[in-house]
Design a protein around this ligand. Structure first.
Ligand code: NAD
Ligand code: MG
Length: 386
């Protein structure tokens, strides 16, 4: 039986890599649905090649344009505000959540309610909803399979039967394009500089998050919820070669790591094939060519967002939701050249201080907190205090 799959965010970096794995294994997978925001021309190419049953197009203009150019008469085309959730009415075994930001929350929750396996690239949905999403997953016997390379690495070497012998998780970070730089070097960073990552080719938002180290902050929160490990037992190490994708340290002194070339197709193939391994069309790791692997402590002074994320996780309640929403607003403002690179951390810090910390118990409250934090962060952006 083929695994039936829908991809949220098929025109993005993770979405495209997912399609490459599906293409490499026509005997194993059947593509049911694709969703996008606005790149309708790319969607048309994907539809022609992969013949899905249904597509969802979030952006109104793109929805109308796609309908004009689509030639597949059997294709079901969904649009409007709920189209990312409605696409899950078409039954699948696996949802690849490769959308950016908290926009992924509702479809991920819906998939969890349906008991589907979820390939979680969209870390923001777990960061903003934390224990609430975990509870829904558990209740409905759904599965969260980590796609983020660090979490996928940990998932591969995490011995559930020896969980009580786990001392710590070691999350590696490439350090991004500004590794080794100090604050005075970061005053005039352009969006183009911030999104040129040395090792990974990714979407704009996560590339900026990597440059500010917020990506690692979000990943610490993600790791805490995925593996149920205390924040004190999660360590971050900067590893510029991005070969060791993360490790688990056990009480007997063993440190188990997963290594590979920095290519998302490896974790994607692992999650799609799980529990079986399947091949992935990538350049394989050549350790002698690489020669040296290095590790060092993160520079918290220059990149304060990592610590801020850890603080938010310690506070819990709605703090990670606020942190994530403020960061999404700040990164977008930076990409639109409204604020400077260094102001991203300031907007997040100010928003966390301004927003009221309160308990959240359900998805509706997550959405409400996300919206409130965005309003506050928007104000800090428009005040241009920086
Ligand atoms: P991307 O910007 O390349 O692609 C995003 C996709 O989501 C696009 O298809 C876009 O159309 C869709 N989308 C964006 N906003 C939307 C909205 N509001 N409504 C509907 N669709 C929307 O992003 P990416 O780099 O592929 O990252 C996707 C997710 O995976 C992010 O959460 C990111 O943190 C995570 N991730 C990415 C990588 C990577 O290598 N790219 C690695 C680890 C984790
Ligand atoms: Mg990652």
């Amino acid at each position: 039986m083929k695994k039936k799959i829908t991809i949220l965010g098929s025109t993005g970096s993770v979405g495209i890599s997912t399609l490459e794995i599906i293409e490499a294994h026509p005997d194993k997978f059947e593509l049911v649905g694709l969703t996008i925001n606005s790149n309708f021309k790319r969607l048309r190419e994907q539809v022609k090649k992969f013949r899905p049953k249904v597509v969802s197009i979030k952006n109104d203009f793109a929805y109308k344009e796609f309908k004009k150019i689509n030639s597949d008469k059997n294709l079901i085309i969904l649009g409007g505000n709920s189209c990312l959730v409605e696409i899950l009415d078409y039954k699948v075994d696996f949802l690849m959540a490769a959308i950016v930001g908290s926009a992924g929350l509702l479809p991920v929750i819906e998939a969890a309610k349906k008991g589907i396996s979820i390939g979680l690239a969209n870390k923001e949905s777990l960061v903003c909803s934390g224990a609430i999403l975990k509870k829904i997953i558990l209740k409905n016997k759904a599965k969260l399979l980590p796609i983020d390379s660090e979490h996928n690495a940990i998932f591969q070497v995490f011995e559930n039967s020896n969980k009580d012998q786990i001392e710590k998780l070691i999350l590696t970070a490439s350090g991004g394009p500004f590794i080794g730089k100090k604050t005075e070097h970061l005053l005039k960073i352009s969006p183009r500089e911030a999104i040129s990552h040395p090792n990974w080719s990714m979407g704009k938002k996560i590339s900026v998050d990597s440059a500010t180290m917020m990506n690692k902050g979000l990943e610490v929160i993600e790791a805490h919820y995925l593996f149920d490990i205390n924040i004190e037992n999660i360590e971050v190490l900067v590893h510029p070669q991005s070969v060791v994708h993360s490790c688990v340290q056990y009480t007997d002194g063993s440190v188990l790591a997963q290594m590979g070339t920095p290519d998302m197709k490896t974790p994607i193939a692992y999650a799609l094939g799980y529990p079986k391994r399947i091949s992935a069309p990538i350049k394989k790791l050549n350790l002698s060519e690489i020669g040296t692997l290095t590790f060092r402590e993160p520079d918290h002074e220059t990149f304060p967002l990592l610590k801020l994320a850890i603080e938010a996780l310690k506070i819990k309640k709605n703090a990670p939701t606020i942190l994530n929403a403020a960061n999404e607003v700040a990164v977008e403002a930076f990409l639109n050249e409204k604020i400077s690179f260094l102001s991203i951390a300031k907007v997040v810090d100010l928003t966390l201080n301004k927003a009221k910390i309160s308990k959240i118990d359900n998805v509706e409250e997550v959405i409400e907190e996300d919206r409130n934090a965005r309003l506050i962060a928007d104000k800090f952006v428009s005040l241009e205090l920086f």
